[in-house]
Design a protein around this ligand. Structure first.
Ligand code: PLP
Length: 381
């Protein structure tokens, strides 16, 4: 296919080069560190800097998110920390979302503080909250939308405009929505980041991260943080991700349809107090999400109507949902952020007591609903 443009075609075919690779239907894996001879012609020398397999993946991801360029990293955290440390310097200040992925808060509070970077955490990034928190040295707005655990939706266009008006740049963790369902650069955001370990990989067998943005910014990341810190992706991981992306569109359609069914089931269940899922019309972020997203993925949370001990037993009684901290794979997963004994942290991140998070996998939605229904009905009345 000459110029794949539609998402399904980009997923299936962008990066094919049958003439170059002996008609191979799958581009080969360049699992080599060194490239010799004719560097000036082919442009490769060492895989920490550049590699043809890595480049195919980067082109595919950039096309999917309508971004000028992409750079991949060893993990989502490597992508986030490389981006933030490239933008923040001693004496700088960052505004960050409280409900962002917790290890990012850890990174800002420990590693970045060591280098003299100041942080202010915001709950919703409303214009008033931003106004109150801005300082002359504010350089970066760090966002995640929908955010971790409670899936708060942020007004991205407005936040980007306010950041640019004060000379700051915006960085978003876009993992939840995938490049298919949210294109932050089109909303004015400067850097969009994904943990490729989640839906982009989708098979729970590969770690990776990606940053998307302008050519100039992505070139700076490749030659700067990625090369010097060595947080580059292994070519085999890139090859696995190219394999995964071929089915991204069909996988996401299934995750999304099943999650919609599961969320509606939970919302109606007498043993469930509340559900956090921006795809539901009743969710506080739904109206806003409709203006900046084109679909909803398969990660949600809910608060069962029971005490922590009973919720713990209910989660243990699930048969199909396996307990674990990751998400976005083919398999359904459950974890329990709201049972964390650190109440101060829960309050800081806006996580209600008892909150249970589920990642809706590719199993039959009815199988998942039966599993949840059986477990919820074990809760004492
Ligand atoms: C929202 C979000 N962003 C980033 C990450 C970090 O990704 P990785 O585990 O690939 O470093 C995670 C991991 O769970 C995540 O949930």
């Amino acid at each position: 296919m000459k110029k794949p443009c539609r998402p399904a075609d980009i997923c299936a075919h962008l990066g094919d080069d049958y003439d170059r690779y002996l008609g191979a239907i799958v581009p080969p894996l360049f699992q080599n560190t060194l490239f010799t001879r004719k560097h000036e012609e082919h442009g490769y020398s060492y895989s920490r800097i550049n590699n043809p397999t890595i480049e195919i993946l980067e082109k595919k991801l950039a096309a999917l998110e309508h971004a000028p360029a992409a750079r991949v990293f060893a993990s989502g955290m490597a992508a986030i920390t490389a981006t933030l440390s490239s933008l923040l310097h001693s004496g700088g200040h960052v505004l960050a979302l409280r409900s962002a992925y917790h290890p990012v808060i850890g990174f800002l509070d420990t590693e970045m503080k060591k280098y003299g970077v100041e942080v202010t955490y915001l709950e919703r990034f409303t214009p008033e909250e931003i106004e109150r928190s801005l300082r002359p040295n504010t350089r970066v707005f760090y966002l995640e939308s929908p955010s971790s655990n409670i899936f708060r939706v942020l007004p991205l266009r407005e936040i980007a405009a306010q950041a640019h008006a004060c000379g700051a740049v915006t960085v978003i963790d876009n993992t939840w929505a995938t490049p298919l369902y949210q294109k932050p650069l089109e909303l004015g955001i400067d850097y969009s980041i994904h943990s490729a370990t989640k839906y982009l990989g989708g098979h729970s067998d590969v770690l990776g991260g990606v940053v998307l943005g302008s050519e100039e910014r992505m070139d700076a990341l490749r030659g700067g943080q990625r090369a010097s810190w060595g947080a580059c992706m292994d070519p085999f991981a890139a090859w696995l991700l190219i394999r995964s992306l071929r089915t991204l569109e069909v996988r996401m359609a299934r995750h999304s349809a099943s999650a919609d069914k599961v969320a509606r089931f939970l919302q109606e269940h007498p043993r469930v107090r509340s559900v956090c899922y921006p795809g539901l019309e009743t969710d506080e972020g739904h109206t806003l999400a409709q203006t900046q997203m084109t679909g909803y993925s398969g990660l949600m949370s809910f608060v069962p109507d029971a005490d922590n001990e009973a919720i713990h037993a209910m989660v243990k009684s699930l048969d199909v949902f396996e307990e674990g901290p990751s998400w976005g794979g083919f398999e359904s997963v459950v974890n329990t952020p709201g049972l964390n004994p650190n109440r101060e942290m829960l309050q800081f991140e806006g996580i209600p007591q008892g909150l249970v998070r589920i990642s809706v996998g590719l199993e039959d939605a009815d199988t998942l609903i039966e599993d949840l229904d059986r477990a919820l009905n074990t809760l004492p009345r």
